[in-house]
Design a protein around this ligand. Structure first.
Ligand SMILES: [Zn+2]
Length: 110
């Protein structure tokens, strides 16, 4: 499989072609004709664990709260990427295409 990017304005073409079938392709390999950019938004979803909230309320000082947050925040709150965009900008003329509405590969099912 390969992916082609074609600028309709100036006819510039680039292609993502894996070295061997099924292998991965570096996103910057089309850099000569197109600049590739990403954008994403993260949101901490409401998943702060009850137990953790209780622990936080039980410590007395800000110093203790800081230590607790540093030690346990990552395992008690979850961030989720809610929006992801991939864009290709033509180096020749500046025209751009932006892809969005991505799905996690694990859920596609092949
Ligand atoms: Zn162009």
């Amino acid at each position: 499989m390969r992916i082609q990017i074609i600028c309709e304005k100036c006819s510039s073409i680039a292609e993502f072609l894996p070295p061997r079938t099924g292998e991965e392709v570096g996103i910057q390999t089309v850099n000569k004709n197109f600049r590739v950019g990403v954008n994403w938004k993260n949101e901490v979803i409401e998943n702060v664990q009850e137990e953790f909230v209780k622990e936080l309320s039980e410590v007395a000082t800000n110093e203790e709260r800081k230590e607790l947050l540093e030690a346990k925040l990552t395992e008690n709150a979850f961030a989720e990427t809610i929006d992801f965009e991939l864009s290709f900008t033509c180096v020749g003329c500046g025209d751009r295409i932006t892809l969005n509405d991505f799905q996690l590969s694990d859920f596609i099912g092949f």
